[in-house]
Design a protein around this ligand. Structure first.
Ligand SMILES: *Cc1c(COP(=O)(O)O)cnc(C)c1O
Length: 383
């Protein structure tokens, strides 16, 4: 059951709160800051502080906790991607920083493997860069990359999803780093969700990438935050393109709309500290128990296939895969999503982007909501 005041602040305004069984998705608000983060954000209210310095000190703390050269807190992993491309194109040159998104006279191509095109790659173009594909839909060879790199190359980008099966037809990050560095160009990595196992958290920079992003939305920080990890050179340049320089240095960089507040900066530091010291066994067993609660009322129902998602890598462990047989229950998986959304309370799920099943995650579920979700699916099928 949900408590009496569940969502009341929204209801009073005439907006309809929903139960989030989809997981960490921005369209539903994505995540809820944990207690340690809220406490740090409250404490941050007590004084003002020059943000150029705060960003520096906070970045240093995160870099030290993760054992990487440097870090920079941004308004989301998407912002880190955009600022990194700005850094790759214009570096620390203030004239060029103020010229972007006009990239005349700068290397402005971000290379990406055709098979690695993904939803957030648009963030790589927002500072004026152009995405240029290499390889084709069947795969990529090392020569494809060697031939694609030119004077116009600003960086070579790779996206990492260690929670998904490895694509054998793309170049590995190791190959990309070797070839790109041999050509004297930097490597950019989107590792937004790679925060567990802990040895993966910051791993790609340790492997030699010049930059990687992390989405702090996945670790109990405000949903609007993220950070860049990287070499001192790239992180220093990111800081120069950032909104803090627009005000503090009177240099009008493209980072100005990517604003975060001092409370969020302190919230991210607290979230990283918590994550590094958290009992992850407890976190995982709690997610598994919630997933089992969803599963329980579904086991053995005619026309329903329901199984535990056993993945623990990345940002949202466990969950449940559910699929209905239209010949038995009379409706499709898409219909089930609609029925749950139209129910009371409204439960949001989605058909997986990877397979024709509902991929349910417990990341966004509050107390008692796992049982509610399982029962609602059982009712939709038997009712
Ligand atoms: C969520 C996500 C992003 C965007 O991060 P924001 O913090 O929402 O800007 C980028 N890349 C990947 C792989 C993500 O999962």
């Amino acid at each position: 059951m949900t408590s009496a005041d569940w969502g009341s602040i929204y209801k009073k305004m005439g907006a309809k709160p929903v139960i989030n069984a989809t997981g960490s998705v921005t369209l539903l608000g994505g995540s809820t800051p944990v207690a340690e983060v809220k406490a740090a954000m409250d404490a941050a209210d007590s004084a003002y502080i020059p943000l150029i310095e705060l960003e520096q000190v906070a970045g240093d703390q995160i870099a030290e906790m993760l054992g990487v050269p440097a870090a920079y807190i941004t308004s989301g992993a998407g912002s880190a991607l955009t600022l990194a491309t700005a850094a790759f194109m214009a570096g620390a040159d203030d004239d060029k920083i103020q010229q972007l998104p006009d990239t005349t006279g700068m290397p402005n191509e971000i290379l990406i493997q055709k098979r690695q095109r993904y939803w957030y790659d648009r963030c790589l173009e927002l500072a004026g860069a152009k995405l240029v594909e290499y390889g084709d839909e069947n795969g990529t060879t090392e020569d494809d990359l060697r031939n694609a790199i030119s004077d116009k190359t600003a960086a070579v980008h790779q996206v990492i999803y260690e929670q998904k099966p490895t694509d054998p037809n793309v170049l590995t990050l190791e190959q990309v780093i070797d070839i790109t560095h041999a050509a004297g160009k930097p490597v950019s990595v989107d590792a937004a969700g790679q925060i567990y196992p802990l040895e993966n958290f910051g791993k790609y920079v340790k492997m030699g990438a010049d930059f990687q992003c992390i989405a702090a939305k996945y670790m109990g920080a405000p949903h609007s935050t993220g950070f860049a990890l990287g070499t001192k050179e790239v992180i220093d340049a990111i800081g120069r393109h950032s909104f803090v320089g627009y005000e503090g240095r009177r240099i009008r960089g493209v980072g100005r709309p990517h604003k975060i507040d001092r409370q969020e900066i302190m919230g991210v530091v607290a979230a990283v500290r918590r994550w590094m010291t958290l009992n992850h066994e407890d976190r995982l067993s709690s997610a598994e128990a919630q997933s089992q609660s969803i599963l329980k009322p579904l086991v053995g129902l005619p026309g329903v296939t329901a199984e535990l998602n056993t993945n623990i890598k990345g940002h949202q462990p466990f969950g449940v895969f559910v699929s209905v047989d239209p010949d038995v229950v009379g409706f499709t998986n898409e219909d089930l999503v609609t029925k749950l959304r139209d129910g009371e309370p409204s439960i949001w799920t989605r058909v997986s982007l990877d397979a024709p099943v509902l991929e349910i995650h417990v990341f966004g579920l509050g107390d008692g909501q796992a049982e509610l979700v399982g029962n609602a699916i059982a009712d939709a099928v038997t009712g």
